[in-house]
Design a binder for this molecule. Structure first.
Ligand code: F6P
Length: 327
């Protein structure tokens, strides 16, 4: 029988994502509702190592549900990869009596949590907070919806000027090694080509179709490229296309970190609130070291290590839709 959790620490780790604050709020308020002591750990695992930990009350999370970024700050912590770092983190948590952790982050953060929970007796719950949506075991990650909407808004604007000038635009979106932001924003903006790491691109096909359009004097063409695609992003795609189509007017636009900021969408606030609430319920029910996702609109729990070991897969249906609609 697992020991009852009484003090919970919550942290955000890795790249920030809109909706992380909504998740922190849900964790803190659910814990307080159950009479637990709640703690915010600053700058992810770094705060565990540095003992940068603060008590969280109802007021600490007031007026944050609508804010992007994370009030707990975030970091990628190298020291936590070392055993000594994790031991120091454990000692600090133990001194404060923290006996449960909620980690809001991406797969790198979960890898740290899996390692930590295998070495020390503090259960960890993982919530997917990443704009990349590259996490196995959930239909949604906190931040993806907002990021993709930001990308769509920006791409729509670029399309106006692209159309006015009859230009080709290559727009790069984030996603690290995953193509979800590119795929979703590309479909939603009617991109002619979407380049993602999950699928091989035949650049000659693109060149042929652009040459054909050039003959028809129709050179408006929107190409959405995931930063992690096989060419290594928009600048390289630009060079390859420019070499083959020297007369074409091609421009590059890299959307960058604007995709990580801004007020979270309604969907992100809702999933963050549900996930945060269930994370605390899991700790109280003795459901330890799990990843809390949402599948088919229902809460979905898998061992944290499965979320790390498996890779989220882009569906064939979506890829087929891209091919047909963009032709
Ligand atoms: O994982 C989120 C993400 O925004 C990726 O899409 C991107 O590759 C990376 O983080 C950028 O990280 P940084 O903010 O450290 O440049």
């Amino acid at each position: 029988m697992a020991k009852k959790v009484t003090k919970i620490g919550v942290l955000t780790s890795g790249g920030d994502a809109p909706g992380m604050n909504a998740a922190i709020r849900a964790v803190v308020r659910t814990g307080l509702y159950h009479g637990l002591e709640m703690f915010g750990i600053m700058r992810g695992y770094q705060g565990m190592i540095d003992d940068d930990i603060v008590r969280m009350e109802t007021k600490s999370v007031a007026n944050i549900i609508q804010r992007g970024g994370t009030v707990l700050k975030t970091a990628r912590c190298k020291e936590f990869f070392e055993y000594e770092g994790r031991q120091q983190a454990y000692d600090n948590l133990k001194d404060r009596g923290i006996d449960g952790l909620v980690i809001i982050g991406g797969d790198g953060s979960f890898r740290g949590a899996v390692q930590f929970s295998s070495e020390f007796d503090i259960p960890c719950i993982g919530l997917a907070g990443t704009i990349d949506k590259d996490i196995y075991g959930t239909d949604f990650t906190i931040g993806f919806d907002t990021a993709v909407n930001t990308a769509v808004e920006a791409i729509d604007k670029v399309r106006d000027t692209m159309d006015a000038h009859d230009r080709i635009f290559i727009i790069e979106v984030m996603g690290r090694d995953a193509g979800y932001i590119a795929l979703h924003s590309g479909i939603a903006t009617g991109a002619e080509n979407i380049l993602i790491p999950e699928r091989k691109t035949d650049i000659n096909d693109i060149v042929t179709s652009l040459q054909e359009k050039e003959r028809r004097k129709k050179l408006v063409n929107l190409i959405v490229v995931a930063e992690g695609d096989e060419f290594g992003g928009a600048d390289v795609v630009y060079k390859v296309l420019k070499e083959k189509l020297p007369l074409a007017e091609i421009r590059v636009c890299i959307l960058g970190h604007i995709q990580r900021g801004g007020s979270p969408s309604c969907l992100d606030r809702l999933i963050a609130s549900r996930m945060g609430y269930h994370a605390v319920e899991c700790l109280l029910e003795g459901r330890h070291n799990v990843f809390v996702g949402i599948m088919n609109n229902k809460m979905h729990y898998i061992p944290l290590e499965n979320a790390v070991k498996n890779k989220a897969k882009i569906s064939e249906e979506w890829l087929r839709i891209v091919k047909i609609l963009a032709s």
